[in-house]
Design a protein around this ligand. Sequence first.
Ligand SMILES: Cc1cc2nc3c(=O)[nH]c(=O)nc-3n(C[C@H](O)[C@H](O)[C@H](O)COP(=O)(O)OP(=O)(O)OC[C@H]3O[C@@H](n4cnc5c(N)ncnc54)[C@H](O)[C@@H]3O)c2cc1C
Length: 379
Amino acid sequence: MKALVIGGGIGGLASAIGLRRVGWDVEVFERATRLDEVGAGISLWRNALAALDRLGVSAALKGLGVEGQTGAFRAPDGSILLDMKAGPIDTSREGVILLLHRAELLGVLIDALGRDSVRTDARLVGFEQDADGVTARFADGREARGDVLLGADGLRSTVRAALFGAEPPRYGGYTAWRAVVEFDPSRLVPGETWGRGRRFGQWGMTGGRAYWYATQTVPEGGGDPPRGRKRGLLDLFDGWHEPIADLIRATDESAILRNDVYDRPPLRRWSDGRVALLGDAAHPMTPDMGQGACQAIEDAVALADALAQVGPAEVPAALRSYESRRIPRASRIVRASHQAGTIAQWSNPLACKLREALLRSRFVARKQAEQLAWMIEPT
Ligand SMILES: Cc1cc2nc3c(=O)[nH]c(=O)nc-3n(C[C@H](O)[C@H](O)[C@H](O)COP(=O)(O)OP(=O)(O)OC[C@H]3O[C@@H](n4cnc5c(N)ncnc54)[C@H](O)[C@@H]3O)c2cc1C
């Protein structure tokens, strides 16, 4: 049995590893000329760590990430609005959240799969399926044939457009900057700081590095100010608590990434016949719950479970079972992330005051913990 996986990101590689473990022959096709991830950090919650364990890669991840950081939501003056020590989402406990570098996570996945299984410079342009299999066509004229085709080709997925139409993604209303920088870990205050229409997050990583990110509510498609990206960020967070300005100052202008944030409303189906979606191709979400890649890794495990021990004729039914297991949970997280992002990016002064008061109340802390508890529970 042969699987064609389109896209060599976290979701594509994880699903290829999962299928290989249940006996499939797998080929991954990536349009880029080399496998790479952006120079940023990533947080993996407990649900993803459990799924990575099922994929057999958790031992290789040990030592690459930092666990047990006591996080908090703060006001721009540094006062704590809500600490993350509440019950099941206590980030100071081992095994709740792991912070690591995206490229290092990708490196572990590539090593586990083996580079020989990946074709780079392979941009999918179309596919056809029949009763016996599916044929993928690539931009350079190549073709490949398999029993299943998995679209792990991200936010602007070609596979999704072919299956369900080419709708543009939905703008989340804000832009995000990210960077990794060498920084004294003892000076970091892990967590997120919320102001009016902007946020700043910081977490420790291994090797004396810090991962920071910043957001601002802006119209879609904006550029950097004439004085530059770094200067613009220093102005944006002027007067905010330490060490925010120092983190920005310590970062090379060229190391600061910027992306407008998008998601898509949930789909009712992720598969058609022998073709299915996973990861951002299936359920792109705003990063407000830190679950996009975590959900892609859960997809990988569910796909391997569904496709284990099936014959060629049973592939469409197995993909239906995969999507019925995964769609309700992933869709709920898409909606929760969208809602959290909307509230977190409020800029109206009265609304922000109300938000601060709610965050400082114990009732909200309990509710927040309850909301995150189901999300990070291993499935
Ligand atoms: C600012 C920000 C912060 C985030 N933070 C977190 C976090 O802390 N934790 C978390 O879990 N998630 C986070 N996410 C979400 C996470 O990055 C994504 O959900 C995850 O990377 C999706 O992986 P993927 O493999 O599905 O898609 P992608 O990573 O987009 O990979 C898709 C791959 O497909 C390839 N491709 C595309 N089209 C074709 C084609 N036609 N042919 C062949 N190849 C193709 C692309 O080149 C790419 O390599 C964040 C996202 C953002 C924007």
